[in-house]
Each structure stands twice: as C-alpha cells, then as structure tokens.
Ligand binder design. Structure first.
Ligand SMILES: Nc1ncnc2c1ncn2[C@@H]1O[C@H](COP(=O)(O)OP(=O)(O)OP(=O)(O)O)[C@@H](O)[C@H]1O
Ligand SMILES: [Mg+2]
Length: 310
C-alpha cells in the first residue's frame, strides 16, 4: 500500500466521528474480527465505512448506493463480517443481529456513543474571580454528583454570593450533565411559560404538540429529566414567593410551581434542579423534612480575608 494513497471511502460518513468513539470501536471490533478469523488483522477501510454509515443511520441499501456497489454484495459482507463482530462485542448470541439498526442501538448501550453536551446559560453571569466557599462548593457538588438530592436550594440574603456560587458549581459539574439550562425568575414567568422553554430545550425542539395541562407539561419535563442527565438552575426564585406576611409561600397564581418542585423531588429521574433564592420556600422545608431527595444550603458571609479580596 503506497503511503498517502487515497481511498474515497475514507471521506464518507464522517459525521460519525463526532457522535461515536470511533477510535475504540475500530480497535474493539477488530479484536472480534481477529478472534473469528484467527488472523491478526485490522478493519479494512471498506468495513470502516460500512460501520460509519450504519452508525449515521444509513441503511445498507443507501450505503450501497453511495459506494456504487450492489446491495447484495454489501448485505453479504455485513452478514459474514460486521454483524457477527458486533454481536460478539456486545455479548449477544450468534446470528441474533438481524436488523441493521441494531448495530447502533447495541453499540450505544455498550457505551460507544459520545456524550453530547447542550448548555444554555441564559442570563447566568460570567464568573471572573471566585474566592473561598470551598466547603460549600464541595458539599453541593457531593449532593449532586452522588445523586443524593435532586432538588437543591441555595439560600441567603441579597448580595451574599448565591448566584456566583451556583454558577461556579454548575461550571464544575459541566462534564457530568448532558444538558444545563439556566433561567432567571426575576420577572416571575408563569410556570407554563417556563415549562415550555425547558421542555423545548431539553427535547431539542422536538415537542411541537405540548399539552395544555400543567400536570401533563410537568410529566413531559420529568420524562426529559429521566432520559438525560440535566441540570436546571432557577435564579432569583424568591420572585415567585409572596412578599407578604408569611415567609415562604407562593404568590397568588404561582402555586403551581409547588407541583413542579414536589414532583422533581419525589419522582425518579437522573437530573437536578437548583433553586436559588433569598427566602426559603416553605415547601422546600417540608420536602426536606420528609426526606424527599431535597436539601438546601444557606450561605453566610465570606470570612473577612476573602470578603476583602472582593
Ligand atoms: N466567592 C466569591 N468570589 C468572588 N466574588 C464573589 C463571591 N461571592 C460573591 N462575589 C461577588 O459579590 C457580588 C454579589 O454576588 P452574587 O450576585 O453572587 O450574590 P447573590 O446572593 O446572588 O445576590 P442577589 O440575591 O442580589 O442575587 C458579585 O459581584 C460577585 O461577583
Ligand atoms: Mg443572585
């Protein structure tokens, strides 16, 4: 093989590079090939292009058309080769792979798909300097990373550093969450508006026909939180609380937020919601008392040394 020889198939279906851990796939599938063929060999560039095509969602027929080959020859090659190697790699029974779509399905389950990150920081401020708060950051990070709590309050008086700490925390956790969405409740959006925004983002705008009913909308959101690991930050959340007499109650017409927080805390999913507020929500306290995967941290002033740096 001449060095630098040009294989047109090497240029095909390269979208797979961004979506799949191809380097390891080529190595691991080649290992299965070696076992089956009793031959020290790697994947050919043609086998690689079949694999990339299938992983990009192209049928064998479509791949055949693109490569100007007969469908039949590709079907035979896949049946004798790639399908058998993928079965072996994913610990399935011989000849159990009968549908080309199983290749990507099974390899995804086996962990070869790259995590895709989608972050919408909304109005979250940029953090240029961050002093102190090591214990607080560690504590929060532990609660969230270990999936101990799914509803986490960050509380404290105005200007104490809640937003700064929460954004720092979310930055630290970036690699852990497929989705991060940050929203400010300063203008007290009705819950419906917020839910639609969250669901649209978390479902890639695939939800065109969203239900009208609030509880059904919350169910759609919870479904997103189950399917992907998402971090939702809601800042200035005191804006939906009543400024009046009894602390921690929702403002009139905002009581339905209580449903959202209750369900996020009580239902099973793999995500977390950060609630950043001056005032403690009465409901947060109740959920905490009932041990409903809810916790909160109240910030105190920074020690003088760090405060002086600011
Ligand atoms: N740990 C920190 N390190 C560096 N700067 C900080 C820190 N904490 C707070 N600050 C600075 O202090 C100011 C107030 O902090 P921040 O906005 O986070 O407070 P807050 O509690 O969210 O206030 P509010 O309740 O008004 O929203 C900001 O300018 C921020 O940059
Ligand atoms: Mg703030």
């Amino acid at each position: 093989m001449a060095q630098g020889a040009f294989y047109p198939e090497d240029e095909l279906f390269l979208e797979a590079v961004k979506l799949w851990d191809l380097d390891n796939l080529y190595i691991d599938i080649a290992e299965q090939k070696q076992r089956e063929t009793q031959n020290k060999t790697t994947l050919t560039s043609v086998e690689k292009v079949y694999l990339r095509g299938l992983l990009c969602g192209y049928s064998p027929k479509k791949i055949a058309e693109t490569l100007h080959r007969s469908s039949n020859s590709i079907a035979v090659a896949l049946t004798r080769g790639l399908y058998r190697y993928v079965e072996a790699l994913t610990n399935r029974e011989l000849n159990s792979l009968t549908n080309w779509k199983d290749v990507s399905k099974w390899l995804e389950v086996a962990g070869y798909k790259m995590p895709q990150y989608h972050h919408d920081w909304g109005e979250a401020p940029e953090i240029y300097a961050f002093y102190g708060r090591t214990n607080e950051v560690n504590q929060l990070q532990q609660w969230i990373s270990k999936k101990q709590y799914s509803l986490v309050g960050i509380l404290g008086i105005g200007g104490i550093g809640k937003t700064t700490l929460a954004v720092k925390l979310a930055n630290n956790l970036q690699g852990e969450f497929e989705y991060i969405i940050w929203r400010n409740l300063r203008h007290a959006p009705p819950l419906k508006q917020l839910l639609v925004e969250l669901i649209q983002f978390l479902s890639h705008q695939q939800s065109f026909n969203l239900p009208e009913d609030i509880n059904a909308l919350i169910s759609s959101l919870i479904k997103c939180l189950q399917e992907h690991r998402c971090l939702i930050g809601l800042d200035d959340a005191e804006q939906i609380l009543s400024p009046g007499a009894i602390a921690g109650y929702y403002q009139a017409n905002y009581e339905d937020y209580g449903q959202l927080f209750r369900r996020v805390a009580q239902e099973k999913h793999q995500s977390a919601l950060l609630l950043i507020s001056w005032e403690k929500f009465l409901q947060l306290e109740l959920l905490e008392q009932k041990n409903n995967s809810t916790a909160s941290l109240t910030l105190k002033g920074l020690p003088t040394e760090e405060a002086e740096k600011i």
